[in-house]
Structures are given as structure tokens and as C-alpha cells.
Design a protein around this ligand. Structure first.
Ligand code: KIV
Length: 273
């Protein structure tokens, strides 16, 4: 089966995403971390590919996103960009590369853009990182914000549970979202917050709100590709819909290969020179 038939094969831009929201068209976004997966994802009709720092978890096996480095994110983003023709490619700025001061933030942002040729960057946080956000935007680099559950702050929260359930945190999230829009961000990811709150933010803002565990009232959705393809196991949050069971498919295929090699069935006469 082919992917989703997209009527517009032109490269997706940040401007186009804002237009899609205005036209009531939903935005589909997934993560990718390598060339092959990115080219399949792009060919299947995705609008946005996020080179997420979740690479730290699903590619490198770390417990959190904190250990991934700028060099490692650049390596992943370069590979993804080579595989993409249509989708907008956003690269996460990893933990520690934009929190120290605005000058360091903008020089790290410029390095990612120069070396990877990605289209935009994503940073986690609200008013606390606004000076860095403004400086990066001033350099002509588009930014997607990220509020709600911000995994780079896991050691501060101490848990991956739903954020902004209480009024004070919900109010802060709303004012952070407005501040990011006013600063010039082209989109915001809202992670693991009540659906009603995400819907309210989506209605109040003109830039697209992309949800993950934030309900159907958002302007688009994002998932980690290894989770939605069923490659990962033992991670089953309520919001995750698995579209395949690649863990079983891959285990079965690899098991049959091992058996064929051990029994001398592979390679056969047609599979050699
Ligand atoms: O790193 C990532 O994959 C993300 C998504 C969960 C939005 O930030």
C-alpha cells in the first residue's frame, strides 16, 4: 500500500504550516533520525519530520534526552535531510546548548543550520528561554516552541506524568504560548497536557499547535516513529497508537535468517556468484 496521497508536492515551509492551520488542514509530524527512515516517512506523505532529541532514548538507549550532544544531533539531522524531498525538517537543540546565554544559543543554532541544512529548530521552554529564542529568530532561524512536558527538564519535574493539570501551571503555559507566538515562533509542540487546555491554546493562537498526548483539538499531531511502528516495547502511554508491530515482524525475520544460515539454507545457488 502506498502512503498518503499529497496533492501539493512542493517543499513544506513554515509559512505553509501557518496557512494549513488557517485553512483548517491538520498537520502530520513524526520523528526520524536516519536517512532510510526519513526517506520512507517523507515518501509516505508526512508534513513535518522532527529530528528529536528522543534519539537519545530510541537510538542510543539512554534513559533521558539529556546526554545527547550537539555533534550527535548534527549527525542525525544531516542524515535525515539527505533523505527528505518534501517535508519540513525540524532539529531539536539538545540540552545545554541554548540555556547558558543568548550568544552561545545563537552560535549553536547557526552551527546546526549551516552543517545540517535543516529548515528549523525546536527549543523546550517558555519565558525562561525567551531571550535565546529572540536572538535565534533575529538571526533568521525559524523556531518551533515546546511546552507542557519538556523532557529536558525531567530532573526538575521528577516524573513523566501529565503536566498543567493545576490552574497555576495551566495559566503559565497559556502565557508562555502567547509569548512564544509574539516573539515570532512558527509553531509550538504541546506535550502531555489536558486536551481541553491544548484545545484552548490552539484556538487562541494563530500559529499551529502540534500535540503529543494533548488531544484531538490541536492543529496537528506528532509521535516518536519507533513507538508508533511498534519497534519499542514496554512504553505504552494512553496517547500512543501503534500502527504496526515491527518488533514482532523484525524478530521473526531475523530468527528465520539465523535459522537459514545455521542450517546452510542461505545463501542458495541463485544467491551467490
Ligand atoms: O524529541 C522528540 O521526539 C520530541 C517529541 C516527543 C515531540 O520532542
Amino acid at each position: 500500500m502506498a502512503g498518503y496521497l499529497v496533492d501539493d508536492q512542493r517543499k513544506v515551509t513554515t509559512h505553509r504550516l501557518i496557512q494549513m492551520k488557517a485553512e483548517g488542514k491538520k498537520i502530520a509530524m513524526l520523528t526520524s533520525y536516519d536517512y532510510t527512515t526519513a526517506s520512507i516517512t517523507d515518501g509516505a506523505g508526512i508534513d513535518v519530520i522532527l529530528v528529536g532529541d528522543s534519539a537519545s532514548n530510541v537510538m542510543a538507549g539512554n534513559w533521558t534526552t539529556l546526554p545527547i550532544t550537539l555533534d550527535q544531533m548534527i549527525y542525525h539531522a544531516k542524515a535525515v535531510v539527505r533523505g527528505v524531498k518534501r517535508a519540513l525538517v525540524i532539529c531539536d537543540m539538545p540540552f545545554g546548548t541554548y540555556q547558558v546565554n543568548e550568544t552561545e544559543a545563537v552560535s549553536n543554532a547557526i552551527r546546526i543550520m549551516k552543517e545540517t541544512h535543516c529548515d528549523a529548530l525546536k527549543l523546550e521552554g517558555g519565558v525562561e528561554i525567551l531571550p535565546a529564542v529572540k536572538k535565534i529568530l533575529d538571526a533568521g532561524i525559524p523556531i518551533c516552541g515546546h511546552l507542557g512536558l519538556t523532557p529536558q527538564a525531567i530532573n526538575k519535574f521528577g516524573t513523566y506524568s501529565v503536566r498543567a493539570k493545576e490552574e497555576a501551571e495551566a495559566q503559565k503555559l497559556i502565557s508562555d504560548a502567547h509569548a512564544l507566538e509574539e516573539a515570532g515562533c512558527f509553531a509550538i509542540v504541546l506535550e502531555k497536557i489536558p486536551a481541553k487546555l491544548a484545545e484552548r491554546v490552539s484556538k487562541e493562537l494563530t500559529i499551529p499547535i502540534i500535540g503529543i498526548g494533548a488531544g484531538g483539538g490541536c492543529d496537528g499531531q506528532v509521535l516518536v516513529i519507533a513507538d508508533m511502528l511498534g519497534m519499542t516495547q514496554g512504553f505504552s502511554p494512553k496517547f500512543l497508537r501503534r500502527y504496526a508491530d515491527l518488533h514482532t515482524i523484525m524478530t521473526d525475520a531475523i530468527g528465520r535468517y539465523v535459522e537459514d544460515v545455521k542450517e546452510g539454507d542461505f545463501p542458495n545457488e541463485n544467491e551467490q556468484y
